[in-house]
Design a protein around this ligand. Structure first.
Ligand code: TXA
Ligand code: MG
Length: 341
């Protein structure tokens, strides 16, 4: 056990806290910090021993590579080589923001960041606390989501604390994150960019800038091996089983009734549009728009614990725009296992 230092940077960015947290990172320690998507667990991406602490704290499989976070485009280009021309266009449009570019690594980052791959995922977050931290420490920071591997990603400092207190050196509490789902991971090593993980930047937005964008076929079926190693793991699992109902409010209610008749205590996650049409033991509205649903999704998945309820029933949402990322996470949360490869 380590004592985890917690800094509050909720209202105004406290530069003393940023300076101290940056020094922790420069000294090879782990610090969790908010980004616009979810909280990340950071460590010096150039130091193998620092990065190893991330894998240990999260219980993360060693073959799942991490994203390197930097403050500027110039810093991003220092970590990669053979960059296709369209990438600059993407960066100028979407970064800083919720997008990660997979590019050829030039070997500056430690081997365990890329899990031995020749490529590296790089991202420029837009959250003011993340940006202040990255500028202050002036090194690339490897940072996966700051949760125990397999659990829903953290969108509040409390989620991080619940999972990692005593296992990490520090936590910058910047309040709830905004986007709510992780960055879009996009393979930019080919002529046409390929979405490996849908996220905060939508396919529609990407196509407006670079024309055709492909999808990793593994996103649509369970047969192929995903190109983003992390997409194959057990992920986003709530404390109790989750059932996704693709159907009308009436069909959702029928599913609830059936579970209750079987003696189960049922929690329901729905948009505010249908919250008035369902009845269950616990009901949580995730918001009205798809952006709001994305923002509140992981908090919803973490809210219901064993002992309180036996099952969570969730509405299936439209897959347009950010709905694609939301449904990708919900399908995983419902299946617990996408593939066993
Ligand atoms: O929004 C986010 O991306 C958050 C915040 C903290 O930045 N980070 C995050 O990291 O979600 P993580 O480690 O939980 O997810 C990274 C995903 C994994 O599925 C991983 O396999 C994939 O990106 N990935 C990383 N590097 C890769 C590479 N070189 N090739 C293919 N996939 C890669
Ligand atoms: Mg993660």
């Amino acid at each position: 056990m380590t004592e985890t230092k917690r800094w509050n940077v909720n209202d105004d960015i406290d530069y003393k806290a940023i300076i101290e947290a940056a020094q922790f990172l420069r000294d090879g320690m782990t610090v969790a910090f908010p980004t616009e998507t979810v909280y990340g667990l950071g460590a010096d991406a150039t130091k193998n021993s620092a990065v190893a602490k991330i894998f240990k704290a999260k219980g993360r499989p060693g073959d799942n590579p991490l994203i390197a976070h930097v403050a500027t485009k110039e810093q991003l280009f220092k970590l990669v080589e053979n960059v296709p021309a369209y990438v600059e266009n993407l960066i100028d449009t979407f970064s800083p923001g919720p997008i990660t570019y997979v590019l050829q690594s030039n070997g500056i980052c430690a081997d365990n960041v890329t899990a031995g791959l020749s490529t590296i995922g790089v991202r420029i977050p837009s959250h003011p606390v993340a940006r202040a931290l990255l500028k202050q420490c002036n090194i690339p920071i490897a940072a996966p989501s700051a949760n125990i591997s397999g659990k829903p990603s953290p969108t509040t400092a409390e989620h991080v604390w619940e999972d990692l207190a005593g296992k990490i050196a520090g936590l910058l509490d910047g309040g709830p994150t905004g986007v709510g789902v992780e960055s879009t991971v996009i393979d930019c090593t080919q002529d046409i960019p390929i979405i490996l993980r849908p996220g905060g930047v939508t396919r529609e937005q990407l196509e407006e800038v670079v024309g055709k964008v492909a999808f990793d076929p593994a996103l649509a079926n369970n047969k192929e091996k995903p190109k983003a190693p992390g997409m194959k793991y057990k992920h986003y699992a709530p404390d109790v089983p989750l059932v996704l109902v693709e159907g009308s409010p009436r069909e959702i209610q029928e599913t609830i009734d059936k579970e209750q008749q079987a003696g189960k205590r049922v929690a329901v996650l729905v948009s505010s549009k249908i919250v008035g049409s369902v009845n269950a033991d616990e009901i949580l509205s995730l918001g009205e728009t798809m952006n709001e649903v994305a923002t509140h999704l992981y908090d919803g998945l973490r809210r219901f614990k064993q002992g309180d309820v036996d099952i969570i029933i969730c509405e299936a949402f439209s897959e347009e725009g950010i709905g694609q990322a939301v449904m990708n996470r919900l399908r995983k949360a419902a299946s617990h296992f996408v593939s066993e490869q």
